[in-house]
Design a protein around this ligand. Structure first.
Ligand code: ADP
Ligand code: MG
Length: 553
């Protein structure tokens, strides 16, 4: 197929086994793949959404409700499917929540585009209309948004609860506790940059997990949990009012890098050599003791002899600590990271109310806690087994994302599909003003947004069409704009009253990413694959990317 006639001579452009799809065929295939990917995550949307169990080729089991995780675990092959996976990942990275929604939205946008293409509308017109719609949708979001700040805990707690809503992480009480922990963590690490902008660096909210116990045992630690053990059994296991030194220093004899050799010819010389080594290591321990430190963490190693002297001085020491943990410890305890023992002084030391080694599910961990106003904190996640702690960790990461998005941007909207109905209504009236063929694309954009309330009502077992009709008419009356899907009562309900709040940023990012992905995919009108057909990832002409378990068209 990849051949051309040129002056009677055949020109072969593509290698043997390569395949090619052109124009409408390429678009149709790509749209079908995107719709299939969206179909694969659709049933997990919302609190009544189902979970998925994914089994890898190695037999690892992941049970999750998280859109980004599902798509990642699916290991999709088709390039368009990969674009869809990437938007979920971007959503996860940028705002931490709304990963299922963004994929559903992108799938619907493409489905709508497919209808328009069938009516003979050019892809560039569709793209232009979608861009206009996305811009207008952003403005409308701002118009409907309400303000929230870090001190507005009741609102933030609701945002946290909604973010956790669909995740299987314990009862309401546990979820509420987890939400409070996340808000506390965000509050602790939040800072203002030079221009007065709020920043929250997620690196400094450490989410450490260990299977065992119950999700309700999950704890907030005002400091850092280090997954290490104390180096020497003779050292104290617990230190109250710890004075902490953070070192990037090896408490060992320097290893010679070159080939230099020390010639030892007599037992006396050997003795002298060992003595000297010992006194150097003792000197190191002395420097630490003199600084007043009672606990040290070093990125490097600690020699047995040095351990012995430190233990004798009653100092607790932890070696080979990850650089990232040392940085967290520095922000939590206010200790300076010291790179040479000669520089170590009392003002480099940090403080923690308690440093203690505890045995958790058979393994030692070091708790550096009760720090004063720590700029780095830890949420220690527990749960019955690996699957449970993993999902709890993912949920907590989502909540951190949601709460952060809310406080950084300072705005939230009502969820349960209510904001999507508002956006759709506004877009439909905007479409009327725009006119031209673009208006058709803007209307499709509106339809795509309504897939969110539609899917929510379907997952609650309600009639989706009835629900949409009811919601649209509710939203036309004054005060009706907060009506959405009340999944627990199986009716339409006031999302303001139900406290279904979501950060504006999560919605905006979803709309931006979904329309961008739709644009990228629609621009493709030629797919050339030179991958061997035998590899499974190849492209049989006419259809590909099967086995996705979605509703392929
Ligand atoms: P995502 O990965 O997109 O965040 P979720 O499974 O978390 O997907 O579902 C989010 C959707 O569920 C949002 O549209 C949100 O408004 C809706 N939702 C969450 N909690 C409720 C609730 N209590 N009532 C109605 N809708 C809810
Ligand atoms: Mg969510």
């Amino acid at each position: 197929m990849a051949e051309n006639q040129l002056g009677g001579q055949q020109v072969v452009l593509l290698p043997e086994g390569a395949s090619r799809l052109l124009g409408r065929d390429a678009q149709r295939t790509n749209i079908a793949v995107a719709v299939a990917v969206a179909g694969a995550v659709k049933t997990t949307l919302g609190p009544k959404g189902m979970d998925k169990m994914m089994v890898s080729d190695l037999g690892d089991v992941v049970i999750t409700n998280d859109g980004a995780t599902i798509l990642q675990e699916m290991n999709v092959e088709h390039p368009v499917a990969k674009i869809m996976v990437n938007i979920a990942k971007t959503q996860d990275k940028e705002v931490g929540d709304g990963t299922t929604s963004v994929v559903i939205l992108a799938g619907e946008l493409l489905k709508g585009a497919g209808d328009l293409l069938d009516q003979g509308i050019h892809p560039t017109t569709v793209i232009k209309g979608y861009k206009m719609a996305a811009t207008r949708a952003s403005e409308v979001l701002e118009e409907f948004a309400k303000k929230v700040s870090i001190s507005d805990e009741p609102t933030l707690e609701k945002i946290a609860m909604v973010s956790m809503g669909s995740k299987n992480v314990g009862d309401e009480k546990t979820k509420s506790e987890l939400g409070k922990m996340v808000i506390k963590a965000v509050k602790q690490v939040m800072e203002k940059d030079a221009s007065g902008k709020t920043i929250v660096d997620h690196d400094f909210i450490k989410v450490e997990k260990k299977a065992g116990g119950n999700v309700s045992d999950t704890a907030f630690i005002s400091g850092v949990l280090v997954d290490k053990e104390i180096t020497h059994p003779g050292m104290p296991k617990s230190m109250a009012n710890a004075k902490i030194a953070l070192l990037d220093v090896a408490l060992e004899m320097e290893k010679t890098e070159t080939d230099a050799r020390i010639e030892i010819t007599s037992p006396e010389q050997m003795q002298a050599f060992l003595k000297q080594e010992e006194s150097i290591l003792k000197g190191m321990a002395d420097k630490i003791r003199k600084s007043g430190a009672t606990v040290i963490f070093t990125q490097k190693g600690i020699d047995d002899v040095a351990q012995h002297f430190l233990a004798k001085a009653g100092i607790m020491a932890v070696r080979r600590v990850k650089k990232s943990d040392i940085e967290k410890l520095s922000r939590a305890t206010k200790a300076k990271i010291v790179t040479s023992l000669d520089d170590l002084g009392s003002d480099d030391l940090g403080h923690a109310g308690l440093v203690e080694e505890r045995k958790i599910s058979g393994e030692q961990m070091i708790f550096v806690e009760r720090c004063k106003d720590p700029k780095s904190v830890t949420i220690f996640v527990r749960g019955g087994n690996e699957q449970v702690v993993d999902e709890a960790e993912r949920s907590i990461t989502d909540v951190i994302g949601a709460v952060t998005s809310a406080v950084v941007n300072g705005k939230y909207v009502t969820g349960g599909g209510s904001i999507e109905i508002d956006l759709a209504n506004e877009l439909r009236s905007y479409a009327g003003n725009v006119g031209g063929r673009e208006q058709l694309a803007i209307q499709k954009f509106a339809d795509a947004l309504e897939a969110i309330p539609k899917t929510l009502s379907e997952s609650a077992g309600m009639d989706a069409i009835d629900t949409l009709v009811q919601l649209r008419s509710r939203h036309k009356s004054k005060g009706g704009e907060v009506y959405g899907v009340d999944i627990f009562k199986n009716s339409v309900g006031d999302m303001n009253k139900n406290g279904v709040f979501e950060p504006l940023m999560v919605k905006r990012q979803a709309i931006d990413s979904a329309s961008e992905a739709a644009e990228i995919i629609l621009r493709i009108d030629d797919i050339i694959s030179s991958r061997g057909k035998s590899k499974g990832g190849g492209m049989p002409p006419g259809g590909m990317g099967g086995g996705m378990g979605g509703d392929m068209e």
